[in-house]
Write a protein that binds this ligand. Structure first.
Ligand SMILES: [Zn+2]
Length: 132
């Protein structure tokens, strides 16, 4: 028997918004699209990691969310132009505003996931914390 716990892969932990340190505990208590606004756990329910590393830490996630929004909307505008060839600005405004509203819960959630999984110094996966 190997002393090393089984390593959990990174991508399912990212997709399912799991804790970056143990990849087991859920970061959010609510679903992405639901009637209630999204709520985060203060600490990881599996390993106890405090998600908000310092006061105001998630302000950084707003910048990530903004970058995600710009990337999505530029992609959408280019795709719209290629597919429709339209020069009507109202088409672009209507589609981009609607899609932006629809994607905002996605951006909110995954900007925090990206921040904690890849952009937080000193926070790494610790396989020994993945066990039961
Ligand atoms: Zn954890």
């Amino acid at each position: 028997m190997n002393n090393q716990e089984k390593r959990l892969p990174a991508w399912p932990a990212v997709v399912h918004a799991r804790c970056p340190r143990c990849r087991r505990g859920a970061m959010f208590t609510t679903t992405m699209y639901g009637f209630r606004s999204q709520q985060m756990n203060k600490t990881c329910p599996h390993c106890g990691l405090e998600f908000e590393r310092e006061p105001g830490y998630f302000y950084v996630a707003m910048l990530i969310s903004y970058a995600m929004f710009v990337a999505e909307m530029v992609t959408l505008a280019v795709a719209l132009h290629v597919l429709t060839g339209s020069n009507n600005p109202w088409l672009y405004i209507a589609v981009i505003m609607t899609t932006g509203i629809i994607l905002s819960p996605f951006n909110f959630r995954y900007s925090r996931v990206i921040l904690l999984h890849w952009l937080t110094p000193g926070l790494h996966y610790q396989p020994e914390l993945s066990g039961d």
